[in-house]
Design a protein around this ligand. Structure first.
Ligand SMILES: [Zn+2]
Length: 113
C-alpha cells in the first residue's frame, strides 16, 4: 500500500486520501470579464505530464485538509507534499524524473528513499 505524507499529519495509507485535481490552477479574479476561450481553458485544460505533476490532494479520512503534492505519474512516487498556498518546490520542473527525498510517500515494505 502506498503511504502519502500529509503535511499536517504525517505518513498515512493512501486509502485516507482523495485526489482533487491539478494544483496551482489560478481562477480569474473577474470571470465575467474574460472571454469564452480563456474560461473554457480554465475549466477544461489541464496538464497531463509524463513525470512530475503538481496535484491537489485532500486528507479526507484524517484532518480533512487540502494540500499539494508532486507525484511522478510514471511511478506514483510522491516527490514532495506541501501546504496549499506554498509555491511548487524549486528544482521540480514538470517531466523531471522523480528524485529521492525525505518528505515522500513510500511503498510499504520498501525503506524510505
Ligand atoms: Zn492530514
Amino acid at each position: 500500500m502506498l503511504l502519502i505524507t500529509c503535511p499536517y499529519c504525517g505518513p498515512r495509507p493512501e486509502l485516507e486520501f482523495r485526489y482533487a485535481g491539478e494544483a496551482h490552477v489560478v481562477r480569474a479574479e473577474t470571470p465575467s470579464e474574460i472571454g469564452a476561450d480563456e474560461w473554457g481553458a480554465f475549466l477544461y485544460t489541464r496538464a497531463n505530464p509524463r513525470g512530475l505533476h503538481a496535484e491537489r490532494w485532500r486528507h479526507i479520512h484524517g484532518c480533512a485538509r487540502f494540500f499539494n503534492a508532486l507525484r511522478d505519474t510514471r511511478t506514483d512516487f510522491f516527490e514532495a507534499t506541501y501546504e496549499v498556498g506554498q509555491p511548487r518546490p524549486s528544482g521540480t520542473e514538470e517531466n523531471k524524473p522523480a528524485l529521492s527525498g525525505d518528505n515522500v510517500g513510500t511503498w510499504s515494505g520498501e525503506s524510505a528513499r
